[in-house]
Ligand binder design. Structure first.
Ligand code: ADP
Ligand code: MG
Length: 265
């Protein structure tokens, strides 16, 4: 059977080999420029525009954006509210499509994938962490973490193994039967991170992951993201308002009116 290389369903999660395996990413110390085509870019945006329509109004959020992110990078994305940070993160994660331009992530061109193939691609490559955790209140921690695996072919026993491992990585094995309301904000965010890593995605995309946390819980979450980057080879892209959070990243980009500028190292 001939397969279109852009068909993400050709690359289903492989049951035996899932989870935070060491991928040998370069981790910290990797400080590429906005464009650095010699190195192995895991994210490539070329000439990306994003326009939203609200009634008759056109909102030009991103214009002619070029960006490369190397495998194993830990990138912080800062900038004023409304500057397009979440829009950019959503485009990288295949949650939204560009109006114009090309986006390649993890070896796949994603801007022109069908909805079905895009969903399969996302399930395999993208872990999402949100500011307000987005946990299901009626599910226990372990059931919340299991949710992304319901989109894979893993059986119940394999799912349990992956969930246990993810909860162990975030240090919450002892809270697995708790409901979100019984957990602190920091613990809920760590459940959110366990859910994001349970299918062993290539990329972790975090939108203000410490935005709703006190300093101590925020630091714990940042320690965890740094460890996932350093020890598990995850490429991490983190939108943040907090300079303390950005300081944990290997590289910081500032977004202003839809343009990206590299911060001084
Ligand atoms: P940031 O995350 O930097 O605060 P966003 O990416 O959320 O910014 O938003 C950038 C701009 O795009 C804002 O002006 C916002 O109102 C607008 N916007 C974002 N999403 C939509 C949408 N779905 N429809 C219309 N406008 C949107
Ligand atoms: Mg935002």
């Amino acid at each position: 059977m001939k397969r279109d290389p852009r068909d993400a369903s050709a690359a289903e999660p492989d049951g035996g080999n899932l989870h935070v395996r060491i991928q040998g990413g370069p981790g910290r110390g990797n400080r590429p420029g906005l464009l650095n085509s010699e190195a192995a870019a895991i994210v490539k945006l070329h000439g990306v525009d994003k326009v939203f329509h609200r009634g008759d109004e056109e909102i030009h959020v991103l214009g002619g954006l070029d960006l490369e992110i190397l495998a194993g990078d830990f990138l912080a994305l800062m900038g004023p509210s409304g500057s397009g940070k979440s829009t950019l993160l959503n485009l990288i994660g295949g949650l939204d499509r560009p109006t114009q331009g090309r986006i390649d992530v993890a070896g796949q061109r994603i801007d022109d994938l069908s909805e079905r193939n895009l969903a399969a691609w996302r399930a395999r490559h993208v872990g999402l962490v949100f500011q307000f955790y987005n946990l299901m209140p009626v599910l226990t921690a372990e059931r919340n973490v299991e949710l992304p695996l319901l989109l894979t072919h893993l059986n119940a026993r394999e799912r349990r193994r992956h969930v246990d491992l993810a909860l162990e990585v975030v240090g919450l094995t002892h809270r697995k039967s708790h409901y979100p309301r019984m957990l602190s904000g920091g613990e809920q965010q760590r459940v959110g991170i366990a859910r994001a890593i349970v299918s062993d995605p290539t990329l972790l995309l975090c939108d203000e992951p410490t935005g709703d946390l006190d300093r101590k819980s925020g630091d714990e979450v940042l320690d965890l993201l740094a460890a996932l980057n350093r020890d598990h080879g995850k490429t991490v892209v983190m939108v943040t308002h907090d300079p303390r959070a950005a300081a944990r990243a290997a590289r910081t980009l500032h977004m202003d009116s839809g343009r990206l500028v590299e911060a001084e190292a």
